[in-house]
Design a protein around this ligand. Structure first.
Ligand SMILES: *[C@@H]1O[C@H](CO)[C@@H](O)[C@H](O)[C@H]1NC(C)=O
Length: 386
């Protein structure tokens, strides 16, 4: 009998414990993300804040919510000084509009008078990385060879200022304050660089990527900020819709091999290796104007150009005006591909699509049609009503 009552107590105690743990967890989770209101405008100045401006009715905001809690908890447990908050931008719309919030959710890092918009993928790791990067120093010194090697291993694309104080360094810091939302900026003295690197001139700005490095040349490359913007991607990328959107800001044309990676036909593999070779071997010719890469499947491209491209193929997109170019003959060799790209550059390739009025009307019709089709596929009855 005694034994049983002990058991009961044990069970009961367990439940109590569990209950307490759940309660504790809940309060802890809530505390990682602070709910912000009107008073935030005044109170925020002493700290660096990462804020999710949301609307209660918005689906993307709801999807972000659990991720946002994870962001808050990770920032806290890593000992970051950044405070994580969320604000109902519909309830405090005047504060939100002062911060320039126009859509939901908007993620911003607020640091004194500066506000940095987050535009990357909405995953915990990406957001935490962004917050740590932007809240830290604009330019991070690399005091030793070990440090250089350490960051070199960690980053695919690495910008380094090399030299002492100079007007170029001031410009570099200025560029960092604008572009730190995208990439890290480092500085080093010449003696921490690997021995095989010899610089003709100091100070210099270098980007380390694609297994080599490139130096910024003020006369050839134009202003430092647009050079960094052009160079912040690897020479050859796996491209998805999000990358394409990001690449738009570089103003480059995007040459893509559209492939089917699951079946990986011989033709797919051949085109991919051709475009990879052009990206590498013709970098000097094309890097200023082109970004190279491949995309798996043609769904995204089809909806972008409102047409059906065959797979595999090569397509060049002009993200500034939504025009695109397709080769008018088979690409059998690297020379064929180079010729096609040159034709796009010198204007002899025929442009299709674009953002003219006809195209915009087609876009509205196309989007309406795809919406109806996708609704019909998931729910035929509702599709009928539509
Ligand atoms: C891409 O679009 C921009 C903006 O309309 C235009 O200035 C540029 O010439 C286009 N590039 C090509 C290769 O068509």
């Amino acid at each position: 009998k005694d034994g049983r009552s002990k058991d009961q107590f044990g069970l009961c105690g367990c439940f109590l414990c569990l209950f307490a743990v759940i309660l504790l967890c809940r309060t802890a989770v809530v505390a990682y993300v602070e709910d912000l209101d009107d008073s935030f405008k005044e109170s925020r100045m002493d700290d660096v804040w990462l804020v999710d401006f949301y609307a209660p009715w918005c689906g993307h905001c709801k999807k972000l919510e659990p991720i946002w809690h994870e962001v808050g908890s990770e920032m806290r447990s890593s000992g970051s000084p950044v405070r994580v908050g969320k604000m109902d931008a519909t309830a405090y719309s005047s504060v939100a509009s002062e911060f320039g919030v126009r859509g939901y959710p908007t993620i911003k890092l607020l640091k004194g008078d500066l506000a940095y918009n987050y535009k990357g993928p909405r995953t915990k790791d990406d957001i935490v990385e962004f917050a740590n990067r932007v809240s830290g120093p604009l330019v991070r010194p690399l005091p030793s060879q070990q440090m250089f090697e350490h960051v070199f291993k960690r980053h695919d694309v690495l910008f380094v200022y090399i030299g002492g104080e100079s007007p170029l360094k001031e410009k570099y810091i200025e560029v960092a304050s604008e572009l730190i939302v995208y990439t890290y900026f480092f500085s080093a003295s010449e003696d921490v660089l690997p021995k095989h690197i010899t610089l003709q001139e100091l100070p210099a700005v270098a980007v380390f990527k694609d297994g080599t490095y490139f130096l910024y040349d003020e006369y050839e490359d134009g202003d430092l900020s647009s050079w960094v913007n052009r160079e912040r991607f690897l020479g050859y990328l796996q491209i998805d819709g999000f990358t394409l959107y990001e690449l738009g800001e570089t103003g480059k044309l995007v040459a893509i091999a559209v492939l089917d990676e699951k079946t990986a036909s011989e033709e797919s593999t051949r085109l991919k290796s051709l475009i990879q070779r052009v990206a590498k071997e013709y970098r000097d010719h094309f890097n200023r104007d082109f970004q190279f890469g491949h995309m798996d499947g043609n769904d995204y491209i089809n909806s972008l150009i409102m047409d059906e491209v065959s797979v595999p193929t090569i397509i060049v997109l002009n993200t500034s005006n939504q025009q695109y170019f397709l080769p008018n003959k088979a690409i059998n060799s690297i020379e064929d591909l180079v010729q096609f790209i040159n034709q796009v550059l010198d204007g002899t390739a025929e442009a299709q699509g674009g953002d003219g009025i006809i195209q915009r009307i087609r876009r509205v019709a196309y989007d309406a049609k795809s919406t109806v089709v996708s609704v019909f596929k998931s729910s035929p009855i509702l599709g009928c009503f539509l």
